[in-house]
Design a binder for this molecule. Structure first.
Ligand code: URA
Length: 318
């Protein structure tokens, strides 16, 4: 019999059965994607009494007057596409610096306010370093609160080709760099097969980023609002990195950056023209390396896409 006073071991961890039950529960959480401990006590953010008062104050605050905002700052549709002028949304609009006023770190800003702040903040960056610093201070996306680190970019800025994925995974979150885990290693091998190395200087280099630069908890898909809030930053990143060729890795990146509504199997391998705000560049979508790890037979399709990228790069220098 335990000598502990009643109630001192509410989880029953002192017994083998209790410990086994706790292990099972942890395994269940892990499978459900809960793989990070943020606090000792759970917080039910849907219960009003558990949400900090500032969040309600912010939610109650009147939305910024539409007349006060320049017309170019209107919130675009959740799934952006090329606008009528052929521009990527947010790339050809005027922005100034800013972040959601009064947003405590990790607190959700009003959606429209967060997107507008993101656009202004992204537009205010004159260099990639400035953009990274602005993004690191940006409080408009709740993913920042659960991610360990910002994964801004890796590789060679100014390289002729830029690869963009969806969002960092666990390894990326730990290292603070995109595509460094298993899918990143496969991406490196695929790049090497067409003569690219993310760290090589000049024409053999590659620049790598994600649409969303913070890891969604448990690698879940970023919500449309999270994607929309991060979009101005990646658009500005593409504009400042100024690649000749953009390669979208997987459907979410393709749908977000190329604006296609079709699935990746229909989109992959086709060339698109996008306007970065600075100039028109060529864009192509291919299968995400994580998908190729699960479906190795699909590598032959990705290989065709990579050969198309190689040919386009060679054409560029002719
Ligand atoms: N998957 C992505 O889309 N991006 C990464 O950085 C890693 C995995």
């Amino acid at each position: 019999m335990s000598a502990d006073p009643p109630g001192s071991d509410p989880a029953g961890l002192a017994t083998a059965t209790g410990r086994a039950a706790a292990r099972d529960l942890l395994a269940f959480y892990l499978e459900a994607g809960v793989d990070a401990l943020l606090a000792e006590e759970p917080v039910d953010r849907l219960r009003p009494e558990e949400v900090p008062e500032q969040v309600f104050a912010q939610a109650r605050a009147p939305a910024p007057a539409r007349e006060a905002a320049p017309p170019t700052l209107r919130t675009p549709a959740v799934r952006p596409a090329l606008d009528r002028g052929g521009n990527l949304p947010g790339m050809s609009t005027a922005h100034g610096p800013g972040a959601p006023a009064g947003s405590p770190a990790g607190a959700p800003a009003a959606p429209e306010e967060a997107v507008m702040a993101a656009r202004e903040a992204a537009r205010s960056a004159a260099t990639l370093d400035e953009l990274a610093a602005i993004l690191a201070r940006f409080e408009g996306c709740a993913l920042k609160a659960t991610a360990t680190r910002l994964c801004f970019a890796d590789g060679t800025p100014g390289a002729p080709v830029m690869f963009v994925g969806e969002a960092p995974g666990r390894d990326e979150d730990i290292e603070g760099l995109p595509f460094v885990g298993r899918s990143g290693k496969l991406l490196d091998r695929m790049m090497a097969a067409i003569g690219l190395d993310r760290h090589a200087p000049g024409d053999n280099g590659a620049y790598i980023a994600n649409v969303v630069p913070w890891r969604p908890p448990g690698n879940r898909t970023p919500t449309p609002l999270e994607t929309q809030t991060c979009l101005p930053f990646v658009l500005r990143q593409i504009e400042l990195a100024d690649p000749d060729i953009l390669v979208c890795l997987g459907a979410p990146a393709a749908q977000t950056l190329i604006g296609t509504k079709e699935g990746i199997m229909r989109t992959r391998g086709r060339w698109f023209t996008i306007h970065t705000g600075k100039r028109e560049i060529r864009a192509i979508a291919t299968l995400h390396p994580a998908y190729l790890l699960r479906q190795p037979l699909a590598k032959r399709l990705a290989w065709r896409d990579f050969l198309a990228v190689k040919a386009a790069l060679a054409e560029r220098t002719r």
